[in-house]
Design a protein around this ligand. Structure first.
Ligand SMILES: NC(=O)c1ccc[n+]([C@@H]2O[C@H](COP(=O)([O-])OP(=O)(O)OC[C@H]3O[C@@H](n4cnc5c(N)ncnc54)[C@H](O)[C@@H]3O)[C@@H](O)[C@H]2O)c1
Length: 428
């Protein structure tokens, strides 16, 4: 049993009396100043969304690069999907970014929560420092919402005591504290941030109601309230669901290879079953969420997470398996030149965190092989084409098939084959 000292969801969703409900509604309406701590994939669009809706927003980040990108108005270059929102906000006084948090009505915390590489345990240090950074400016009646993905229990075990011990304010009486996880899909953030359904977990019923009232002013999806631990649990469960299902698809694709069965065709046939939806197998799972978050469950309860831990291992093994596959296909070619395309962790994003494609490149280079790489979505390859990258190669492996890469391949396949030494092309 994982001890969380639960406030159960019934308690958290209890209806307040009419007077309390009116007071909370009035408080939510009075909120004008929002401080967003951590201006990355989640924090920056969230900050811009509030700013577009008339709130006075201060973004806080510890990274000079992030602050500089904002000061130099490079948001649209760094996050192409945010270009439109940035254009709306940049000339208004409603958004500013700096290193130090200033007093506000609401604080949103959106900093990273990676795993320690070797131990596979959650690194909460940035959540802790981000929380500490707002303590000097927190005031009575403020609302604090943690959005970073965290192990269940973190909001009440880490944030609540930090706030209470350092400010003398009591969570539940003076300060409202929630956990509300983000579900956006990078590449579709601007739509999903507004329209996704969302869970808001309060450390008290009033906090959940207040969180819902605030987020409901800028978000149009359905907002469901519960307690903080349930909300934290749901977020981990969602990403674990994805990871386990991808692992099943990957394991079946390995079996299909062993049987000599074409997996793409088999998958189409399998999914004709009315109650089966087998996901697409791939070269592994990357990014800062699905490849990371299931470990938080494993850390908390190693004995009861055998399926989750095994799935993580199955997915982590896929780059290795892909390398073996590439080497088999290259058998007989002396000193092959391998061109690998698509280095991000998934199609149509330029984010390489935990990328299985990068791991594949590393593994092949460790074996002393001649590997050329290309990814049109990464800054360092700007100005190059797929044709340049494939020139003289014996193998063109499309590891991550960005739409733009598929377009290049469709329009210039013959030319690409002509410049290759051996015209072997595989799309993974
Ligand atoms: N990216 C997604 O699609 C996504 C989706 C759902 C949930 N999440 C979760 O949201 C959280 C944030 O993820 P992200 O992708 O936005 O991360 P990110 O790395 O893109 O951005 C986080 C930002 O926080 C800043 N930061 C770190 N410590 C700080 C501190 N003490 N004070 C101020 N700023 C600080 C970093 O400099 C960085 O700019 C993570 O817990 C992640 O798991 C992310």
């Amino acid at each position: 049993m994982i001890e969380t000292g639960l406030l159960n969801s019934q308690t958290a969703t209890e209806k307040p009396d009419a007077e309390t409900a009116r007071r909370l509604e009035a408080l939510a309406l009075s909120y004008q100043r929002i401080c967003v701590v951590g201006l990355g994939y989640v924090g920056l669009p969230t900050a811009l969304l509030f700013a577009m809706n008339g709130y006075a927003v201060q973004g806080v980040d510890v990274s000079e690069r992030v602050l500089d990108n904002i000061a130099q108005s490079r948001v649209g270059e760094v996050y192409p999907e945010l270009g439109g929102w940035w254009a709306e906000v940049k000339d208004k006084a409603s958004f500013s970014a700096s290193r130090q948090a200033e007093p506000a009505d609401v604080f949103l915390i959106t900093v990273p929560t990676p795993v320690h590489t070797m131990e596979k345990t959650c690194d909460l240090s940035m959540v802790r420092t981000a929380t500490e950074s707002i303590l000097p400016v927190i005031r009575k009646n403020n609302l604090v919402i943690l959005e970073s993905t965290v192990p269940p229990g973190t909001t009440r075990r880490l944030l609540k005591p930090l706030i209470e011990e350092h400010t003398g304010l009591k969570v539940g009486e003076d300060i409202f504290l929630c956990f509300s996880p983000e579900r956006v899909l990078p590449g579709n953030t601007t739509h999903e941030l507004i329209y996704n359904h969302r869970v808001i977990g309060g450390t008290t019923p009033a906090a959940a109601i207040l969180g819902k009232a605030l987020l409901g002013r800028v978000m149009k999806g359905d907002l469901f309230i519960t307690d903080d631990v349930t909300a934290e649990f749901c977020k981990l469960a969602e990403n674990t669901y994805r990871d386990v299902n991808i692992a099943l698809a990957n394991e079946l694709s390995i079996l299909a290879d062993e049987y000599g069965v074409p997996m793409a065709e088999a998958r189409e046939l399998i999914n004709m079953h009315p109650r089966v939806n087998l996901l697409k197998p791939g070269i592994g799972v990357g990014g800062h969420c699905i490849a990371v978050d299931p470990w938080f469950f494993v850390e908390a309860s190693p004995i009861n997470t055998r399926l989750i831990a095994t799935s993580r291992k199955v997915n982590d093994r896929m780059p290795d398996y892909t390398v073996q596959k590439i080497l088999r296909e290259l058998k007989g070619i002396v000193k092959p030149r391998i061109c690998l395309v698509g280095l991000s962790y998934k199609p149509d994003v330029g984010d390489t965190r935990e990328s299985p494609a990068m791991r594949i490149v590393e593994l092949l280079q460790e074996q002393g092989l001649d590997v050329v790489t290309y990814d049109p979505l990464l800054e360092e390859y700007q100005g190059q084409t797929l044709l340049d990258a494939a020139d003289g190669a014996d193998y063109l492996g499309i590891l991550v098939n960005h739409t733009v890469v598929q377009q290049m391949l469709d329009s210039s396949r013959q030319e690409i084959e002509n410049v290759m030494r051996t015209p072997m092309i595989r799309v993974f």
